[in-house]
Ligand binder design. Structure first.
Ligand code: F0G
Length: 384
C-alpha cells in the first residue's frame, strides 16, 4: 500500500517535486509502508490465536521503544533499559491486550464489552470499543482513578460507572455480570489479554538479541507479569539460546498481597493503577517469579515518587507513578544480580504515560514562576 497521492497544491514541495520522489541529490521520502507502525496482531499473527481473515480491531499498538537509561544504569551497575509502554495509542500497555480481547469479542459476535479498572484498562477498552463500534462499559473505583484516564474513557464514549468500592469489588461484580448477561469480559482474566501482552516480551528480546537477564515490572492484578513470562517461555522453547530472564515483580507497600502472602482488604497507594488487594492472576504471577529465579518485593509511596521524579528529570522519560514502581524496586532491592557476574541487562517496564495522572505530576513538581511582561521582570526571575 502506498500513501495517498498529494493533490493539495499547498503541500507540494517548492520545486514541484512529488512527495514520493526527489530530484537528483535531494532527500527521498520513504514510502509509508516501511516506516508505519504495524498493529500488534499483524506483527505477531503467527504467535497469536488469530487468522489473517479475522476481523481485527487495532490502533497500531505495540512496537514501543526500549530506551537505554544511562543514569539509572550508573546507579545500578548494569545496563538498564526502559520499555516505554506509555507510547501505546491510549498511553499504556493495556492496548496490547485490548486489541486481542476486543478483536476476539467481535469475532464471537459480542455487542458489548465490560471491565473493572483502576483506569488504564478502562481507557483502552473505551478506545477499542469505539473503534469496533460496540458498547463499552467500565466500572472504576469512585474518585480513585487518575484524571487523564477518566477523560479518555468518557471521551471515547464508554459508559463509566463509579463504584463506591475498590477495584477488587468491581472485578468481582463484572465477573458476575458477564456470567449472567451477553457482555464480554475483557479484564486480564480473559486469556486474549495475556496473548496480546506477551508480545512485549518478543519486542524486548528482539531489541536485545535475546540477551535479557532480568525484567522489573509493577504488579497489580498480575496479568502483565503472567503475560511477559508466557512470552519469554514461548521464545525460549523455540530457541534455547534466547535467555529466560528473572521476573522481578514489585508492589506498592500499601497494596502488597503477593509480598505478604495474603489479600489486602483496603489497599492504599499513590500509585492508583496498582491499588489492588487480591490479584486475579496471583498463582501465575508467583509461578513466573519463582520459576524464573526472580522475586517479589515492595516499595513505599515515597520510593515510588522518588523514582517517578528521577525518571522524568534525569532520564527525560515521563511515566505514571505505578510505572515508576519497577524502577523504585530496582533501586531499592536490585534485580538479583550476583556479585562478580558479567554486566547484566535489565529492562524495567514503564507501563503507562505520565500524562495519565497530571495531578500527581503537579503535586510533585516545583510551582510555575509568575512574571510581569517586561524584560526587567523576566531578568529578575531568570538571571541569578
Ligand atoms: N501499571 C499500570 C500503569 C497499570 O495500569 C497496571 C494495571 C499495572 C501497572 C499492573 O498491571 O494488573 O497486569 O499486574 N492496571 C489495571 C487497570 C488494573 O485497570 O488499568 P497488572
Amino acid at each position: 500500500m502506498t500513501g495517498p497521492a498529494c493533490t493539495d497544491p499547498r503541500l507540494a514541495p517548492p520545486s514541484g517535486r512529488g512527495l514520493d520522489g526527489a530530484a537528483e541529490g535531494g532527500h527521498r521520502l520513504r514510502g509509508t509502508d516501511s516506516i508505519r507502525r504495524m498493529g500488534l496482531i499483524e506483527r505477531y499473527i503467527e504467535r497469536l490465536p488469530f487468522a489473517a481473515t479475522d476481523p481485527i480491531v487495532s490502533l497500531n499498538e505495540g512496537s514501543t521503544p526500549l530506551i537505554h537509561a544511562p543514569r539509572l544504569s550508573d546507579r545500578v551497575g548494569a545496563d538498564v533499559y526502559l520499555k516505554y509502554e506509555g507510547l501505546n495509542p491510549t498511553g499504556s500497555f493495556k492496548d496490547r491486550g485490548m486489541t486481542c480481547a476486543v478483536s476476539a469479542a467481535v469475532r464471537e459476535g459480542a455487542e458489548a464489552v465490560i471491565c473493572a479498572s483502576t483506569g488504564n484498562t478502562a481507557a483502552a477498552l473505551a478506545a477499542y470499543a469505539a473503534r469496533a463500534g460496540i458498547r463499552g462499559v467500565v466500572l472504576v473505583p469512585d474518585g480513585k482513578i487518575a484524571a487523564g484516564k477518566l477523560a479518555q474513557a468518557l471521551m471515547h464514549g464508554a459508559e463509566v460507572i463509579a463504584l463506591r468500592g475498590n477495584f477488587d469489588e468491581a472485578l468481582r461484580l463484572v465477573r458476575q455480570i458477564a456470567d449472567a448477561h451477553p457482555i464480554a469480559l475483557v479484564n486480564s482474566v480473559n486469556d486474549f489479554r495475556i496473548e496480546g501482552q506477551k508480545c512485549a516480551a518478543f519486542e524486548i528480546q528482539e531489541d536485545l538479541e535475546g540477551q535479557l537477564d532480568a525484567l522489573c515490572i509493577p504488579v497489580g492484578n498480575a496479568g502483565n507479569i503472567t503475560a511477559y513470562w508466557k512470552g519469554f517461555r514461548e521464545l525460549h522453547a523455540e530457541d534455547p539460546s534466547v535467555s529466560l530472564p528473572r521476573m522481578v515483580g514489585f508492589q506498592a507497600r500499601g497494596a502488597n498481597p503477593l509480598v505478604r502472602g495474603e489479600a489486602v482488604a483496603a489497599p492504599e497507594t499513590v500509585a492508583s493503577a496498582i491499588r489492588i488487594g487480591n490479584p486475579a492472576r496471583w498463582e501465575e504471577a508467583m509461578t513466573a517469579m519463582t520459576g524464573s529465579g526472580g522475586s517479589v518485593n515492595d516499595v513505599t509511596d515515597e520510593e515510588i515518587l522518588d523514582a517517578y521524579r528521577f525518571l522524568a528529570r534525569e532520564e527525560g522519560v515521563f511515566c505514571e507513578p505505578a510505572s515508576a514502581t519497577s524502577v523504585a524496586g530496582l533501586l531499592k532491592h536490585g534485580a538479583g544480580i550476583e556479585p562478580g557476574s558479567d554486566r547484566q541487562r535489565i529492562a524495567c517496564v514503564l507501563t503507562g504515560h505520565g500524562l495519565k495522572d497530571p495531578q500527581t505530576a503537579m503535586d510533585e513538581s516545583t510551582p510555575v514562576i509568575p512574571c510581569e511582561p517586561s524584560l526587567a521582570a523576566l531578568e529578575k526571575v531568570l538571571i541569578r
